[in-house]
Design a protein around this ligand. Structure first.
Ligand code: SRM
Ligand code: SF4
Length: 523
């Protein structure tokens, strides 16, 4: 498809940078960057273009880079986990890793001079960080229990790998999709519980039967951002659950979005560039017609109903697999934080007790599958499970968070430590009858999806005693699973130091929490 341009529309700053030199071009220069050192790399390459390769310069920790991988479907194995652990081990205390809200892994403490060697190590085990940042398609999400879930409808693992291979040219980089008007999120759901927040994605496939055939209804345009949050809307289309249709439709949508971005004004303002803006500008009828043209064959109308019938699971604990005699065990990784030792240990456990597979969830946790039922008790007595519990207390179990001020220069507040501390303290004080999901995010970019939480906390500045101090906006009412909907802002800002009583009150008023016997509040 040829790109349509409109000379009357001004390009934004990032578009000008891309027009000067594509982000992917820095791939050729990596050896040189490694030789000259990060301080000698030109600013736009260092701070922006390297993100095309998943290499993130961190102004908070200059010289210590973050490397964002791609783990489609959150599907890993012990060999890959060991390679990742090895990469960060050499950096001592700087070498850490995080599981992200897109069931992915980010490594920290990385030195630019090591990147060529790190890329060879990743390639050797089929891993890549290609096109994982800036105006590219992010990690592709799918049910973390694909292939083992007794209620599963569609095993999405191969499909997602193929979509990734199409987008990244098998991890080598693909100029066809390195110049999207903005970032782009894709999810393919094969389970009944909407395990990957389909509604938050620019493009999502949701299982649905049409005339007795299992395929996907397609929804488009969902996204969260500082300027606007939108749930996906139905495209009115159904496709078969095969690679040809799913890879083909993803290809067609990305191509149309890329080719028309400039003409339709998407490349003028970063705040009005996500795909929803194109859908709205054209209207769904034209959008669908343009996609159909690019897809090259007629698109079937959506099935009347989808198969998302369950509440969202968190997969923690011991669960029977569809393979008889085996269980999968979900481990809680506090705030998704890992280090090399824990990663080596996860790899060992996956091999000793399972078949080597390790899965990641959008709740920033880990699942080890294929544990023979008679070995589950021994597995549960392993020392790592003292830290990565299968049954944490109520709030601790479900709290998730974005990176926050420790490493992210957009952050208004520190998130991860604060989030864990608040959850643990309130768990000690309260009896809470049901799961309450608290989502923290350090700034309005919403990487921690506060609008999807039962309670969402978003970093902000508030005035207290005449001073600007760290605070949080509060969202409530977010729902996930079959009745997914975004929560809304209910408090414009509370100083972080004053958050505990405010969150406690919300838990008591809206979620039936009561004080534990003998607990008297200090505030
Ligand atoms: Fe995000 C930018 C971290 C999921 C919306 N996000 C960033 C950057 C890259 C900013 C930067 O350069 O520092 C953050 C890197 C910080 C760091 O050092 O880790 C960052 N985002 C994250 C992660 C790591 C949060 C986490 O702790 O899990 C998640 C990585 C996912 C992955 O594996 O690729 C992450 N980001 C999300 C999500 C959640 C999701 O996808 O479900 C969102 C909201 C959903 C969406 O995009 O529609 C999200 N991130 C943003 C935005 C706002 C996008 C927009 O359209 O305005 C930005 C800023 C931007 O792109 O301009 C951003
Ligand atoms: Fe950084 Fe803001 Fe995203 Fe948190 S929400 S990771 S602070 S950009």
């Amino acid at each position: 498809m040829t790109t349509v341009t409109n000379p009357n529309i001004k390009l934004n700053k990032v578009e000008k940078l891309k027009a000067k030199k594509d982000g992917l071009d820095v791939k050729k220069e990596l050896e040189n960057f490694a030789k000259i050192g990060w301080e000698a790399v030109e600013k736009d390459d260092l701070e922006t273009r390297l993100k095309w390769l998943g290499i993130f310069y961190r102004p908070v920790t200059p010289g210590k880079f973050m490397l964002r991988l791609r783990i489609p479907n959150g599907f890993l194995n012990s060999e890959k986990m060991r390679v990742l652990a090895n990469i960060i081990q050499r950096y001592g205390e700087d070498g850490t890793a995080d599981i992200t809200t897109r069931q992915n892994i980010q490594l920290r403490g990385i030195r630019l001079e090591d990147i060529p060697e790190i890329f060879s190590q990743l390639k050797a085990v089929g891993l890549t960080s290609m096109q994982s940042g800036m105006d590219n398609v992010r990690n592709l999400t799918g049910s973390p229990v694909a292939g083992i879930d007794p209620d599963e409808l569609i095993d999405t693992r191969e499909m997602l790998q193929k979509v990734q291979d199409m987008i990244t040219n098998n991890g080598e980089g693909n100029y066809a999709f390195t110049n999207l008007p903005r970032k782009f999120n894709i999810a393919i759901e094969g389970a009944r519980d909407n395990s990957i927040h389909a509604e938050l994605n620019d493009l999502a496939f949701i299982p649905a039967y049409k005339d007795g055939v299992l395929g996907f209804n397609v929804i488009v345009g969902g996204y969260l951002s500082a300027q606007r949050c939108a749930e996906s809307i139905p495209m009115g289309v159904w496709v078969r659950a095969n690679d040809e249709d799913v890879v083909g439709l993803s290809h067609a949508i990305l191509t149309v979005y890329t080719a028309n971005g400039a003409q339709e004004g998407l490349r003028a303002s970063r705040g009005k560039a996500r795909m929803m803006w194109l859908v709205e500008k054209w209207g769904m009828e034209k959008f669908r017609a343009e996609i159909e043209k690019e897809f090259g064959k007629p698109l079937a109308d959506a099935a009347p109903e989808d198969e998302i019938t369950q509440d969202k699971k968190d997969h923690l604990g011991v669960h029977p697999q569809k393979q008889s005699g085996y269980s999968y065990v979900g481990l809680h990784v506090p705030m998704g934080c890992l280090d090399a030792d824990k990663m080596f240990e996860l790899a060992r456990l996956a091999e000793v007790y399972g078949n080597g597979e390790i899965r990641l969830t959008v709740e920033q946790n880990v699942i080890i599958p294929y544990i023979e039922n008679e070995n589950v008790d021994t597995f549960l007595s392993e020392p790592l499970l003292q830290q990565f519990s299968i049954a944490p207390s109520t709030l601790t179990r479900s709290v998730i968070s974005c990176t926050g001020a420790r490493y992210c220069n957009f952050a208004i507040i520190e998130t991860k430590q604060r989030a864990l501390k608040l959850a643990q303290e309130l768990d000690r004080e309260l009896d809470i009858p049901n799961r309450v999901r608290i989502h923290w995010t350090g700034c309005p970019n919403s990487c921690g999806q506060p609008q999807a939480g039962d309670i969402g906390l978003m970093g902000t500045k508030v005035r207290k005693d005449g001073q600007a101090v760290e605070g949080a906006k509060i969202f409530t009412g977010g729902q996930v699973g079959k009745e997914a909907k975004l929560g809304t802002l209910t408090n414009k800002g509370v100083a972080c130091d004053d958050l505990k009583p405010v969150v406690r009150n919300i838990l008591m008023e809206k979620f039936g929490a009561t004080f534990k016997e003998g607990v008297a509040p200090k505030e």
